[in-house]
Design a protein. Structure first.
Length: 247
């Protein structure tokens, strides 16, 4: 029988001790002593958005801004290959609406690349499921085989590093729920990869870039300090505020 070395055995013990209730650690596949030690995982690299970087709102089919008070869009808005932008968003001076043109097509193309990058990360994922509210999480890769939600309490992200949240299905924030940042966490380093669609209800506050396969819907007064990027379908908003993350 092949025995693991003391070094590998110690790493497994440390990993088990590090796992806490509510945030379950993924088990690393240790094939050799050269494998990644997930008790001390390497930092995640940011997701490169390339030509999607300048868009605060980007959709494959359409963008709908609602009939109420105009949503404030504090950077470029784009749609491609669709061309429908319904309503009159309040655009920041100097920002533009790109409809079915070269700029929006390049943004959608690179959004697809970025989406696949975020969805394809596999190094030392931390397994999570369902409710994230009430937790304090630190930089790393978080993976759910279903959906994620923030409904019971606010979520705190702590630390200067990259956060990537992978979810196979939906992302939901209910009314007035917030993501808060502490200890150097920055919106530009937070990525929400959503396997289907994301919903941010009234007056919810999110930091980071949403990379949704299908659609993103935001309720009245919702605020995104980041980006709402929907690869295939639509972005729908009602009196919301969307601003690019600070660099």
């Amino acid at each position: 029988m092949t025995m693991r070395s003391p070094t590998v055995a110690a790493a497994l013990v440390l990993l088990l001790l590090a796992c806490t209730a509510g945030v379950q650690c993924a088990r690393p596949l240790l094939q050799s002593e050269d494998a990644v030690d997930c008790s001390n995982p390497p930092p995640q690299a940011p997701v490169d958005l390339r030509n999607a970087t300048t868009f605060v709102v980007l959709a494959g089919h359409e963008v709908t801004t609602g009939a109420g008070v105009a949503s404030r869009i504090l950077s470029d808005l784009g749609v491609s290959p669709g061309s429908s932008v319904t309503g009159q968003p309040d655009m920041l001076e100097g920002s533009v609406i790109q409809k079915a043109n070269g700029a929006s097509a390049a943004g959608i193309r690179d959004l697809g690349i970025a989406y696949n990058d975020a969805a394809g990360r596999t190094v030392c994922p931390i397994l999570v499921a369902g409710e994230l509210g009430g937790m304090t999480l630190y930089p790393g890769l978080y993976k759910s085989s279903s959906g994620l939600e923030i409904t019971d309490a606010n979520l705190t992200l702590s630390g200067d590093g990259v956060f990537i949240f992978q979810m196979a299905t939906t992302f939901l924030m209910t009314k007035t729920m917030k993501v808060t940042l502490t200890n150097g966490a920055q919106a530009k380093n937070i990525f929400w990869q959503v396997g289907t669609s994301a919903t941010l209800m009234d007056k919810s506050v999110l930091y980071g870039t949403i990379l949704a396969d299908q659609s993103i819907t935001s309720g009245t007064g919702a605020v995104i300090h980041g980006r709402a990027l929907a690869r295939i379908a639509s972005v729908t908003m009602e009196s919301a505020v969307f601003s690019l993350p600070a660099e």
